[in-house]
Ligand binder design. Structure first.
Ligand code: ZN
Length: 349
């Protein structure tokens, strides 16, 4: 890229720069000499600010300070070349004006610190953590209208060394509680972003019986051997840097106040405001171009068909590991696991 510099060393045709901060992957933040009005590429809010970050050196694609901060807290930005991380700031399919901005951890620190020591559902499923509420009116007579609520939960960052990505539908209320409890505990111990992100996600990832089932299923397809582990349980402990666990809808979505399972309605029929959280998943997948992607159940497979992400190894046919699925697990281990073992054997992780 060629640039014309004027006598003071500034680049002609661009705002005067008072200070340039170190480059972070494809992003670099600048403090301008004067306040400038611009519309942020990512959150689409028109801002007046002196802090500005062009995406990949393009001064027609500007990020606000909040979005810049959120993006650089994702380690992939430093670990990957600019060509792959461009997806992080502009998803080609769903980056239209209705894309929801990623909530910022910092905005919730005080509220999380003030939670009771052992918060219950009423402490976290309430207005102070509500990101959005949407109503869907029935397409057919006789079906009742549905209310969709999206809540904040402290689920940020991602595991940039991951070799496996496990994707659920959306965090349930129990997972929300685990995440908030852990965030509160760590914040009171003085932990801070971004280090705190991984600790929270590791604790909440498929907690409880779901994790027990998941370990059994992953061992049935011999995933631990592929990764040089002695058991799948290590992915939730010693070898947790090899696992990125996430959700199609990263923030908890409740339907009429109950957990959303991905089926009623199917993900493609969710209100567009809810579906606009899906690009967060493509951002994460595009940041891990070599990882094996394991959608946990057909609803997540459907979500993957709705987003753009680079060609990669997707292990289909995996059942959702919840306890309600026991019968299907046995069938999977018997019928599908040998086939999946062949897929895995062909891929070199
Ligand atoms: Zn922004």
């Amino acid at each position: 890229m060629s640039a014309d510099f004027d006598a003071s060393g500034q680049i002609a045709g661009r705002p005067r720069i008072a200070k340039a901060y170190p480059e972070r992957g494809p992003l670099q933040q600048f403090r301008l000499a004067e306040t400038m009005e611009f519309t942020c590429l990512r959150c689409h809010v028109t801002k007046r600010s002196r802090l500005i970050a062009p995406s990949a050196g393009d001064w027609s694609r500007l990020l606000c300070n909040g979005c810049y901060g959120e993006l650089i807290s994702q380690p992939s930005l430093e670990a990957r070349p600019a060509s792959t991380t461009n997806n992080v700031v502009a998803d080609p399919k769903l980056s239209a004006a209705n894309r929801n901005p990623t909530p910022l951890f910092e905005d919730y620190v005080l509220r999380m610190k003030r939670l009771p020591q052992d918060p219950d559902e009423g402490d976290v499923v309430n207005r102070q953590f509500l990101l959005g509420r949407y109503h869907a009116h029935p397409a057919r007579r006789g079906t009742r209208p549905r209310r969709f609520d999206v809540y904040y939960a402290p689920l940020h960052g991602f595991q940039d060394q991951a070799k496996v990505v496990l994707i659920g539908v959306t965090p349930g209320i129990q997972q929300m509680l685990v995440a908030f409890r852990e965030a509160r505990r760590l914040l009171h111990q003085g932990a801070a972003a971004p280090g705190i992100y991984h600790l929270i996600r590791r604790r909440m990832a498929f907690a409880g019986q779901t994790r027990v089932n998941l370990i059994r299923l992953l061992e049935a397809v011999q995933l631990p051997q592929m990764l040089g582990l002695s058991g799948a349980g290590e992915l939730f402990g010693r070898a947790s840097s090899l696992l990125h666990s996430t959700s199609a809808l990263r923030y908890p979505v409740l339907v009429n106040g109950a957990n959303y399972t991905g089926h009623n309605p199917p993900i493609r029929r969710l209100p567009s405001e809810i579906r606009s959280y899906l690009p967060m998943l493509s951002d994460q997948l595009n940041g891990l171009p070599d990882a094996l992607v394991v959608p946990l159940g057909p609803a997540v497979e459907e979500a993957l068909r709705l987003i753009d992400f680079n060609e990669r190894r997707v292990l289909t046919g995996f059942p959702h590991p919840s306890g309600a699925n026991r019968g299907r697990h046995a069938t999977f281990v018997r019928q599908r696991a040998p086939e999946l073992r062949r897929v895995l054997g062909a891929a070199s992780l």
